[in-house]
Design a protein around this ligand. Structure first.
Ligand SMILES: Nc1ncnc2c1ncn2[C@@H]1O[C@H](COP(=O)(O)OP(=O)(O)O)[C@@H](O)[C@H]1O
Ligand SMILES: [Mg+2]
Length: 329
């Protein structure tokens, strides 16, 4: 092979690897990457678009709440992420797993090793005739973990989630909050990288809800799982650092919270709200902003040094000095 051929070959190889790498580019460092996800349900001739081009990135180690009204697509999103449902279009990756391209066998392995779930209906999470410890041991047995190791892991999880005293109780002998915390332990039993929880506090009073959210935080902080909670309860936001709002099957805005200690040692929570910029460059303007400025239909944009200004499209002179539209007559 001549050196030119070698160079050509190298150039071709690099082009090819770039072409192949492209689909994974978006959110390459994220643990969970959803890109333009669409899920259309057909029911009795009626089409429902449950997900309408949803983009979402979640980093390893995050504790995230996805909050939205009933019908906004939260459970659909979790079914997709947990490998139960396949979207109509788009891309979705969790760790190394391409959820659009898994075989049935890979799906089983994915569900058994990579992810754990907690459902809203407490009854769906636990086997009624097994004790808490046995419920936690069960998925480990399916994964081939030996008896002594199973016992150790079950005890460790019960302790970490503050329910060691429930080890020998069956679900009917525990409160709803205790059952949900056992369910979190079951979800964590095979050390998945991600735990998904669909309305985990939906059937609980506020004190039990707080305990369940504390347990999910322990799963995240102490046991190292990435945790994704979906809920219609905006109060959950106060328990997490990042809240993503979902509307009509798309992520629309997000709030990040951090604690700041001031010079007197007092802790302050600082919350910053963001709009989401999707892959195609679309931003949704909050309804109250649109109403105040009567923005509708068409707006003018102006690129400033450090930001972009958005102007109402009104007849000449209505404020927009400097927002060059180039449409003067
Ligand atoms: N299996 C299904 N068949 C038809 N429509 C469905 C199905 N599952 C959900 N939907 C519809 O999709 C939309 C989103 O539902 P869902 O993801 O359950 O929302 P959420 O969990 O946020 O309440 C709703 O309009 C719902 O009626
Ligand atoms: Mg739901």
């Amino acid at each position: 092979m001549t050196s030119t051929q070698t160079a050509d070959r190298a150039a071709l190889d690099s082009l090819e690897s770039r072409a192949r790498a492209r689909p994974g580019d978006y959110g390459a460092n994220a643990l969970i990457a959803c890109e333009s996800l669409v899920r259309i349900y057909q029911a009795e001739g009626i089409e429902v678009q449950a997900l309408q081009g949803l983009d979402l990135l979640i980093d390893p180690g995050e504790l995230v709440a996805i909050v939205g009204a009933s019908g906004s697509g939260k459970s659909t999103l979790l079914s997709v992420l947990s490998g139960l449902d396949v979207p109509t279009a788009g891309r979705v990756r969790v760790g190394e797993w391409d959820l659009m391209a898994m075989t049935a066998r890979e799906r089983v392995t994915y569900r058994r090793t990579m992810v754990g779930f907690v459902w809203q209906q407490t009854a769906r999470n636990l086997v009624p005739y097994l004790t808490a410890a046995e419920n936690i041991a069960f998925p480990q047995a399916l994964a081939g973990v030996r008896g002594a190791a199973r016992k150790r892991r079950s005890a460790e999880l019960l302790e970490a989630l503050g329910i060691g005293y429930c080890a020998d109780r069956r679900p009917a002998q525990m409160s709803g909050g205790e059952q949900q915390r056992v369910a979190i332990a079951v979800a964590l039993s095979n050390s998945p990288q991600v735990v998904f929880a669909d309305e985990p506090t939906g059937e609980l009073d506020s004190a039990s809800s707080d305990q369940v959210l504390d347990a999910l935080r322990a799963a995240n902080r102490e046991l190292g799982a990435t945790v994704v909670i979906v809920t219609h309860d905006s109060g959950v936001s106060e328990h997490v650092e990042r809240t993503v709002a979902i509307r009509d099957g798309r992520t629309s805005s997000e709030v990040r919270r951090r604690t700041h200690t001031d010079e007197h040692g007092a802790e302050q929570v600082i919350a910053q709200e963001y709009a989401m910029l999707d892959r195609a460059g679309r931003v949704q303007l909050p309804r109250d902003y649109r109403e105040v400025l009567e923005l509708s239909d068409r707006v003018r944009l102006a690129l400033e040094e450090s930001h972009i200004a958005v102007w109402p499209d009104r007849p000449s002179g209505a404020g927009a000095a400097g927002a060059g539209s180039g449409e003067s007559t």
